[in-house]
Write a protein of this length. Sequence first.
Length: 320
Amino acid sequence: MIPDLDPGRVLIRLACTDGQVSGVQVSSERPEVLPLLRGRTTGQAVRIISLMFALCGQAQTRAAMLALSAARGEECTPMIDVEVQREALREHLWRCLLDLPPLLGEAALQQEFVLGVKAIAEGRRDELLALLTRPGIQALRMRLRQLDDAYTSASHFLPIFDARNSLAAWPRLSAEFCRRPEWNGAAAETGALARKHADSDPPSMSAHWQARFDELAEWASGRHATDCVGSVSAVPVAPGIGRALVEIARGLLMHEVVLDGDVVTDYLIVAPTEWNFHPQGVLHDRLLGADARDRGALRQQIARLVTTLDPCVPWELEWA
């Protein structure tokens, strides 16, 4: 038995002065997994992790199994895990066909979503490809292209890592890194756009959605490499210590475990939400200086931004 676990939240606190947002605090507040896993056997740890994470459950369980195997000395070179990839593609469909249309003032594409999920589950790439060319979905993508929402951000895009080359960037993970992960000393975005980003492209909120559509189309066309969504890898860090990396819909997921025999003594997880909702990340940069004269309109803007960045936990807004 494991106790009821508070999934945590993304908390956004705003201070406003003279009709503008003058202060932004963004924090991803999630309970640590270590108290639940310390002292557990490896089998118990996998079962607990599979129960803890409602979203991306397949990816979280696979990451746990790979990290534990790596702690025993077994390396996994980068490869596509079919079930993890299908889970991620279903997440993309949910966001693009159910969440996105209402943000643009349109009805959710529920029928297309059901058909798309079925095509992915059955591995029918041609059916998904045909679905993505339907007029309703094409019109949705055209609406995105017409949006002028490019932004300048102090954050940057996280490169693609596998478990082995991640050791050069982060020889070991820590609890502080899990709360506020950084690359080259700064906040970094992860996810579909980061996997596809070219430095010459102006970043935008609409580009995040187009990148999700693109990953769906690439799978449907059979065009994907081992560093795309669904990629998994693992590496022994030291005797009894293993790390696994998984590219999920929201971005890079990292697990690192320390074992004493078959017992967990330390366990660290860095989820995409901690990257994308970093205190100095893109949400902070977009909101600082925003027009705050109409708080209702500002809240709607924030809801669109948060939905675009896609946290795996609920979010709350507080006014200072």
